[in-house]
Design a protein around this ligand. Sequence first.
Ligand code: ZN
Length: 313
Amino acid sequence: MTNLKTASARFDSLTNGKCRPQSAALTFDSTGDPRALDHYFPIVRLLDDASSFYQLVQHIAEHPNFDLQLIGAHKENLTSQMPPSVRHLVAGHLAEVFYFRQDILARFLSSPRHFQLYTTPEAFQQDGGVAGGCYNPARESIHLVLSRLFEGFNGATPGVCPFLHELGHMLDAFDAGSWSMKRGEGLYPGLRASDGDIFTPKARDYFIKGKRLELTRYLSRFEGDLSQPIPIGHPYVFQNDGEFLAGYFEMFFRNPHYFALQNAELFMAYVELFGYDTRRAWTEDFPHYVNANRSFYASGQKPNKSGLSLPKE
Ligand SMILES: [Zn+2]
């Protein structure tokens, strides 16, 4: 086992100093104690026995179909040098999403699922990456700059989590009925009747009703009608069904109180689908999403045209 300084130097040399993880991650690298990573996963607050969560993280981290790679400059594969905290952080995000729906997780991991992390923004660009991260449907892979895994975790409550956003896109592309990746249709696994025994009809009903309400509110803002409550999400997520899915997915795990207050039915879709109420894990919301979205609608700017569709009932 290494000490904190050695753990930190390892990140520095791998990423040219571009990724400085919190001491929690470094503590994990030096001690191997899974509790060190609790700060990243609010779900542990609502579990009587967190050890089952740690076991699930370990199970995912070691799963043969959990294909997590670290790519350096000029596409060099550096996976063998990846610090253990990185593997446990990504596995932990899957575990917090699916802890109460391990049936969906098992199906998702029935074939290799690809996650590629890049040591630096340059390494990311050299492999065709755009912006700070994406889900690449052609490669069936999430691509993310390593530092982005850590960027939302410097405060008392976890903040922005680009990995969860991209995971939302990846889940959209996962067709649980055929156990394979396809073109996204704006639905999570478990929301289609063709998904078989993981199908969660109540969640589907709530999702359609809740999404319709968000769309109605968005369209009234678009028409200049200010009489209705504002939608929860930023206009960015109204551009298409995939962004809606990724954006609301992340908000369910970041600002559940505001989410539930604004649109109880849509919130219930997530509670039914993922099997838990994230408000129990979050004493208060991560304020940035709430405020940034509110202030857009308060600004009086006309939002862009919506590209959303609604699933058939
Ligand atoms: Zn997106």
